[in-house]
Structures are given as structure tokens and as C-alpha cells.
Design a protein around this ligand. Structure first.
Ligand code: B4P
Length: 190
């Protein structure tokens, strides 16, 4: 089993590819975005708090997100491996994940980075908006999320690149084409 991250700008295909990797490799995928959206739907205290930030395209505060991930990574189903989708997104989240893993004497094996140009990302997310109407998929909020990615999450990728564990995959092409690239990249990385 492997401890993996999938990282990339909004709309790069993280959630889409994470579901496929999970199915093919039998690894548990954890999406912080999905956990937040589920809490928003159920109107839990966490969901009420998260919704304020998500609707504006802002990151949910690190303290809230870190506690949520810390709890999730204690569960039995992820003790042998996991695929984290959408976390970490900030330097403080990288530090928290390092702490959590160090406490379990484990470490990350691979960081899968999906790449795509901003204009393609905007197109995809506007396409999703017309299908499932996610509250954060409108032109202004999408641009804001992309800005945040470049300012705060791109440096996270650089940190992992320095550690030598990043595998980059071109996210442009059909969903199936990207999945093939991802699976090949993971074969090479393992
Ligand atoms: P996420 O749920 O992570 O949202 P996302 O970045 O848009 O990625 P997602 O996985 O949904 O989309 P994908 O690229 O697969 O986060 C949402 C919000 O939650 C954040 O803005 C933030 O507020 C909060 N949050 C989450 N994690 C957080 C954290 N760690 N810290 C703080 N806040 C956090 O796909 C997008 C679309 O493209 C889909 O419609 C898909 O069908 C399409 N697509 C995918 N691949 C394609 C391809 N190859 N070709 C064409 N279309 C494709």
C-alpha cells in the first residue's frame, strides 16, 4: 500500500482521477472538498463554518481543516495507505501532515501533480457548473480559487519537489487518457 497525494489546480481532475486510482489500486481516497461538501449538505457545525469560505472560493481555515484530516487519518481503513485529494493546500497544512505521519513513523511515498492551463480549467469548471451547480463554480469565484492555488498551493508543490517525491502528469486530454498517464506514472514511481 502507498501513501499518496494528488495535487493540482481546481478543475485539473483531482477528484475525477482520485476516484479511478482508488478503484484500480484499492486505496482509500480522502477528498477534503468532498468531506466539507458532505458536512455542508448535512448542515453540521463543521459544514456551516466551511460553507462561508467555500462559497467565496476561499480556503477553509487551516486549524479547521487540519483537525478534520487528523481525525480522518486515525481511522482503521487508512492505516496501511491512502490517497489524499485536495490536502495539503497551504504550508501550514504540509507541516501538519508531516507531524501526523511522523507520529505514526510513516511518510509520503508519492505526490501526483496534475497540470493544466488556467483557461482550460475555467472552461471545465464552468461546464461542471451547468451540470451540478456547485456554489463555488462561477466565473469570479473560479478565478479567485485559481489565484489562491498559484499563491498558496504552488509553493506546496515546490516543497515536495525539493523532497524528490513529485510525479507530474499532464492533465490535458480525455479523462481516460489522463487516467492512463496517471497509472503509468504511478508504475514508474513505485
Ligand atoms: P475541491 O473539492 O478540492 O475542488 P476542486 O479543486 O475544484 O477539485 P475537484 O476535485 O472537485 O475537481 P476536478 O479537478 O476533479 O475543493 C473545493 C473547496 O473546498 C475549496 O475551494 C476550499 O474552499 C475547500 N477545501 C478543500 N480542501 C481544502 C483544504 N485542504 N484547505 C482548505 N480548504 C479546502 O474536476 C473538475 C471538473 O473537470 C469536473 O467537472 C470534471 O468532470 C472535469 N474534468 C476532469 N478531468 C477532465 C478532463 N480530462 N477533461 C475534461 N474535463 C475534465
Amino acid at each position: 500500500m502507498t501513501r499518496m497525494l494528488i495535487i493540482g489546480p481546481p478543475g485539473s481532475g483531482k477528484g475525477t482521477q482520485a476516484a479511478r486510482i482508488s478503484e484500480r489500486l484499492g486505496v482509500v481516497a480522502i477528498s477534503t472538498g468532498d468531506i466539507f461538501r458532505d458536512n455542508v449538505k448535512r448542515e453540521t457545525p463543521l459544514g456551516v463554518e466551511a460553507k462561508k469560505y467555500m462559497d467565496a472560493g476561499d480556503f477553509v481555515p487551516d486549524s479547521v481543516t487540519n483537525n478534520m484530516v487528523r481525525d480522518r487519518l486515525k481511522a482503521d481503513d487508512v492505516q496501511d495507505g491512502f490517497l489524499l485529494d485536495g490536502y495539503p493546500r497551504t504550508a501550514a497544512q504540509v507541516a501538519e501532515l508531516d507531524d501526523i505521519l511522523a507520529e505514526n513513523s510513516s511518510s509520503l511515498d508519492v505526490v501526483l501533480q496534475l497540470t493544466a492551463e488556467d483557461e482550460e480549467l475555467v472552461r471545465r469548471l464552468l461546464g461542471r457548473a451547468s451540470l451540478d451547480g456547485r456554489s463555488d463554480d462561477n466565473q469570479d469565484v473560479i478565478r479567485h480559487r485559481l489565484r489562491l492555488y498559484h499563491e498558496q498551493t504552488a509553493p506546496v508543490v515546490s516543497q515536495y519537489t525539493e523532497r524528490g517525491i513529485v510525479t507530474q502528469v499532464n492533465g490535458i486530454g480525455s479523462i481516460d487518457e489522463v487516467t492512463e498517464r496517471v497509472m503509468n506514472a504511478l508504475k514508474v514511481a513505485s
